[in-house]
Design a protein around this ligand. Structure first.
Ligand code: 9D3
Length: 237
């Protein structure tokens, strides 16, 4: 997948491409990243990318012309890409959206700074606006990284075993069961006996129950949206 980031801070992305699973995806050619510095497409000696809002008010607005020039440069390098704007007003990002974006061949992420982006740029060039949650960031860059991170691991061949992408939290609408590793006793806390029993049927059943109970305790909102079988209701009682 080709991923192009339009940003005023391209340096923020260098360490992101260079670590962990994302780095492996890049090395394995599953992810082909590119950043475009919006400032490189701004005119004049001062290369201004923002200006005061028409109608007054505080804060600055990103000018549409440098953004459009930067996007043209990006589209020339990644033809056919879907253009996404990171924005507090966007559609809330979730795992379903990650799965759908993972099917695309190329994505362009436009990262805003300041108070916002001139609406005419959005109207004409942006395919979708995405938010990563109801809190206020200082710009779209972290949002773009969050989305690229979530999408990249869904690209076939990026994760070691493809199972781990499927059995993740949210795939079946529950949080995951508790995990344990050695030592068998830590600070007076024992690993549940069943996990040491070697009885895989019993282990599967314990994990299914544990996931259900943990969802009730940690994310009751997820249970509201999920159908529960009679057996699951009995466990939760
Ligand atoms: C006071 C009005 N603010 C809107 C909530 C202005 C404003 C704040 C922060 C406008 C832009 C930003 C920068 N945020 C993003 O670019 C952003 C974001 C976010 O703030 N929250 C969640 N997801 C995202 S994606 C991009």
């Amino acid at each position: 997948m080709k991923v192009c980031i339009l940003t005023l801070f391209p340096e923020l992305f260098a360490p992101f491409w260079d670590h962990g699973i994302i780095r492996r995806a890049v090395q394995g050619k599953k992810l082909d990243p590119l950043t475009v510095n919006i400032r490189d497409h701004a005119k004049g000696r001062h290369r201004v990318t923002d200006d005061r809002p028409y109608g007054g008010g505080c804060g600055m607005v990103m000018k549409p012309d440098p953004l459009t020039a930067a996007l043209s440069a990006a589209r020339a390098q990644v033809p056919g890409a879907t253009t996404l704007l990171l924005s507090p007003q966007g559609r809330p990002f979730d795992q379903a959206l990650a799965r759908s974006l993972a099917e695309r061949d190329a994505l362009i992420f436009v990262c805003g700074r300041y108070e916002g982006v001139d609406e005419r740029f959005i109207d004409r060039y942006v395919d979708a606006e995405i938010s990563i949650g109801d809190f206020v960031l200082t710009g779209g860059e972290l949002g773009a990284m969050v989305i690229v991170d979530a999408v990249a691991r869904l690209i076939p061949g990026v994760l070691g075993n493809q199972d781990s992408a499927e059995s993740d939290t949210f795939s079946d609408g529950l949080v995951e069961y508790a995990h344990y590793t050695r030592p068998p006793v830590f600070d007076d806390q024992r690993v549940p006996d069943v996990l040491l029993s070697g009885n895989h049927h019993a282990i599967d059943r314990w994990r299914a129950e544990n996931a259900l109970i943990r969802t009730l305790l940690k994310r009751p909102d997820l249970l509201e949206q999920r159908h529960l079988s009679a057996e699951e209701r009995e466990i939760l009682k």
